[in-house]
Design a protein around this ligand. Structure first.
Ligand code: CP
Ligand code: NVA
Length: 314
């Protein structure tokens, strides 16, 4: 049984498809599982800001009949040196699920290692699996399938790109990650994704040529050029390198006519995407944001009912 969701590659393909099917059915019937939490609580530790994840989780938990308490580093003894392991062990006695948004994946792994209840990654420097669940749900909803869909991520290689790459690879998409050479995705995560794609019939390729990469795209996806926790040092050279990767009307016009535009939000308007594209007819960003709610509800139902089996060891 899979206890936690720390990254998409933890899931088996069957689990991922089952989560998406469950999310679709929850979207149609949002209060179907209203006794799953039965007045019990979730504990959330967020050391980075959040709008969508925090608010959608709170609503997902309310729809399951429970509540969630959010804490930042300064509110917990963790901020004064209590260990992650002690915190996780104690909190497991109070809460049904632990949700963590933090910087290093190592911190998250330590929480998961010491917790006796499920731990959900609500964003780390390397992964954003909850976002990828909503992304896959949205692509399926808009384009009818994921296998064979050409998903082109344009921008900086980051947590959102990594989780998109893992999920797309697992479901047989043709994933292209177009970044400047110095901002390519993590090589280890790229290798894991390419291995998954080899099994699913999909592909994962890297490019540093945005105009060529978006040709024939069904999905163009971008995210902020500077993520939470990225050093502000070298910001100018980073912006210069990323300038040709801005998603604007010209770039969109090179994709297929039915292509959709996706962004996990928050957006830095005028930087990685223009207003024209973000607010334009091809943009599905608000449906994508809404689907965070349905996929998080599905994830909680699946983890609490212990029905996730996890990826087979490779
Ligand atoms: N997309 C996303 O995770 O947004 P927040 O940072 O607002 O939670
Ligand atoms: N890559 C962004 C995603 C925010 C939801 C960040 O980590 O800041």
């Amino acid at each position: 049984m899979l206890k936690d969701l720390l990254r998409i590659a933890d899931l088996s393909t069957e689990d991922l498809v089952r989560l998406l099917d469950l999310a679709d059915s929850i979207k149609r019937e949002p209060y179907r599982f209203d006794r799953v939490l039965d007045d019990e609580s979730l504990f959330a530790y967020f050391s980075k800001p959040s709008t969508r994840t925090r608010v959608s989780l709170a609503e997902a938990v309310a729809r399951l009949g429970g509540q969630i308490q959010f804490f930042g580093p300064q509110e917990l003894q963790l901020g004064r040196g209590e260990t992650i392991e002690d915190t996780a062990a104690v909190v497991s006695r109070y809460a049904k699920v632990i949700v963590i948004r933090t910087y290093s994946d190592d911190e998250l792994d330590r929480f998961a290692g010491a917790a006796t209840v499920p731990v959900i990654n609500a964003l780390t420097d390397l992964h954003h699996p909850c976002q990828a669940l909503a992304d896959m749900m949205t692509i399926r909803e808009k384009l009818g399938r994921i296998a064979g869909v050409r998903i082109v991520y344009v921008g900086a290689g980051n947590n959102v790109a990594h989780s998109l790459m893992e999920a797309g690879a697992m479901l047989g998409a043709e994933v292209v990650i177009a970044t400047p050479a110095g901002l390519a995705p993590d090589p280890g995560i790229t290798r894991v994704s390419q291995r998954m794609a080899a099994t699913s019939g999909g592909s994962v390729t890297l490019s540093d040529r945005p105009l060529q990469a978006v040709a024939g795209a069904d999905v163009i996806y971008t995210d902020v050029w500077t993520s939470m926790g990225d050093s502000e040092q070298h910001r100018e050279s980073r912006l210069t390198a990323l300038h040709p990767f801005q998603v604007n009307a010209e770039l969109m016009s090179r994709a297929r006519p039915h292509a959709i535009f996706m962004h996990c939000l928050p957006a830095h308007r005028g930087e990685e995407v223009t207003d024209e594209v973000l607010d334009g007819p091809q943009s599905v960003v608000l449906d994508q944001a809404e689907n965070r709610l349905h996929t998080e509800q599905a994830l909680l139902v699946a983890l609490l009912e212990e029905s996730l089996t996890g990826a087979a060891p490779s």
